[in-house]
Design a protein. Structure first.
Length: 91
């Protein structure tokens, strides 16, 4: 049995109904629509935080941002990395 290919898409300021595969006609998303059509489309998702940096930290490390002190940080473009270099991540 082969392992599945998993593509995880995380976009800032994009709502659930924005891609065409969920019914939107305002913004063309042909590549996302094809991925949804030919693969598995998950329709129930939750965020660990209301802003991007803590949410990304949780996704990449598997750690809950509220237990690590990352709950309200938004990382600037040239800020100190939030993930310690020795931390195991999904990457």
């Amino acid at each position: 049995m082969s392992h599945p290919n998993i593509i995880y898409i995380m976009a800032d300021d994009m709502g659930y109904g924005d891609p065409g595969c969920f019914g939107s006609t305002r913004i063309p998303t042909p590549h996302m629509d094809r991925l949804a059509r030919e693969g598995v489309r998950l329709t129930d998702a939750h965020s660990s935080a209301a802003v991007c940096s803590p949410s990304r930290y949780s996704v990449l490390t598997g750690r809950y941002c509220w237990r690590t002190g990352m709950e309200k940080w938004v990382l600037g473009g040239f800020g100190t990395p939030l993930i310690e270099p020795a931390r195991t991540t999904v990457a």
